[in-house]
Design a protein around this ligand. Structure first.
Ligand code: G3I
Length: 365
């Protein structure tokens, strides 16, 4: 039977099942029932976070400037207990000139979080990307510049930000140190960055954050060798952020479990820091069909269950999804493929993916 007819039969069957399998005379498709249940933040004491746009340069996602800003703020504050700036706390935006810091957007996010009793995670102090041009072209004393950058920002937020991605993405997938303006100009820059951050804030949890470390053992080897080296030199670091930009197939939950376990064995806190689950990695779909939505529910449930069953409560830094709705995700424009990787659809409605996370949170203390 040609695939299209098979597909239509399957959709019809699901439709009937949703109507209790009865021979409904109603020919108009029922609006899918929205997943119900308490807000995610009410289901656990674990920080459940979301990355939010704030700046005027983020017109669609900004909780401050978007035409849908009030709906974005309402959804974020209702469902989530933690926030992170998708962009406004990156060097390009918060430190646009050597002698100028831009606090306004970050302060807005902090105020929003405090008004809604939300944890705040800072992203990110040192990265090879999102750099202001003055930094990329800097010709002064690099160590002084790094010290001023980190000390000024962390001190400004020392009473409000609970944890930081001090360094983001410093290693390549093969485990070698990524070449960047930092590695090129500051010997041992990683150790210096964490030392500076701790000096500016004695209490914040200091994380190293990266992608693919949940699936590439050589990359995670390099991260954990850095931690081991730090510990021999009393350089402070508290945890590892696993970005988890994954898809419906990759990586396996076994690989994810193994990676988390290695961090737990070292007594490191573990954050799922930027979770999104692409359902169309091979560009075979043009919409999130009921089958894909169901597969995404199962995948979100598996991933969150793997985290909760592998990382003990005292080492759980929290789970953050990288965006509020599918319409605001970075993935479609980055991969140039339609996708629907998040918990809420473009109309701010809970998806089956939301149910998957909820099921995992409710099943595991
Ligand atoms: O829209 C503005 C444009 O008006 C302005 O002229 C330009 C100046 O650079 O910036 C544009 O903003 C874009 C911004 O997203 C807001 O949409 C930037 O071009 C674009 O580079 C930026 O992309 C962000 C990307 O990090 C790079 O910073 C994505 O939103 C953000 O989701 C993504 O997030 C990263 C994490 O920080 C680290 N881990 C990977 C993750 C996904 O790439």
């Amino acid at each position: 039977m040609p695939r299209l007819i098979t597909h239509l039969c399957l959709v019809a069957a699901i439709g009937l099942a949703a109507c209790g399998g009865s021979q409904s005379t109603n020919t108009t498709p029922d609006t899918p029932t929205q997943p119900s249940g308490p807000m995610l933040r009410e289901q656990t004491s674990l920080p459940i976070g979301v990355a939010l746009g704030v700046g005027s340069f983020e017109p669609a996602s900004s909780i401050r400037y978007s035409p849908q800003a009030s709906q974005l703020r309402h959804l974020a504050a209702s469902e989530f207990s933690s926030v992170v700036a998708e962009n406004v706390m990156k060097p390009e935006y918060i430190h646009p000139q050597e002698q100028q810091y831009h606090w306004n957007d970050g302060d807005y996010l902090v105020q929003f979080a405090q008004q809604n009793n939300m944890h705040i995670h800072g992203h990110t102090l040192v990265w090879h990307n999102a750099l202001p041009s003055w930094m990329s072209n800097y010709s002064g004393n690099w160590e002084s510049m790094l010290a001023d950058h980190i000390t000024t920002i962390v001190s400004h937020y020392s009473d409000s930000i609970n944890s930081w991605d001090v360094v983001n993405e410093a290693f390549l997938d093969d485990g070698s140190l990524r070449s960047s303006i930092w590695s090129s100009h500051i010997p041992d820059y990683l150790a210096k960055a964490y030392t500076l951050a701790r000096a500016a804030d004695p209490d914040a949890d200091l994380y190293y954050n990266d992608y693919n470390i949940e699936a590439m053992p050589k990359k995670l080897d390099a991260v954990l060798q850095m931690v081991t080296d730090f510990r021999t030199r009393n350089i402070p670091i508290d945890g590892i952020g696993f970005q988890m930009h994954i898809d419906r197939y990759w990586p396996s939950t076994a690989e994810i479990r193994q990676a988390f376990s290695r961090c737990v064995a070292m007594g490191l806190k573990v954050r799922i820091s930027e979770l999104d689950i692409r359902m169309n990695p091979n560009n075979t779909a043009t919409a999130l069909t009921p089958e894909l939505a169901e597969a995404q529910r199962q995948r979100y449930r598996e991933v969150i269950t793997t985290y909760l069953s592998t990382v003990p409560a005292e080492l759980r830094g929290g789970i953050t999804v990288w965006g509020l709705t599918d319409a605001l995700s970075w993935t479609p424009w980055y991969y140039k493929i339609p996708d629907w990787p998040l918990l809420f659809d473009a109309s701010f409605q809970r998806k089956p993916a939301w149910t998957g996370m909820s099921e995992a949170l409710q099943a595991t203390p």
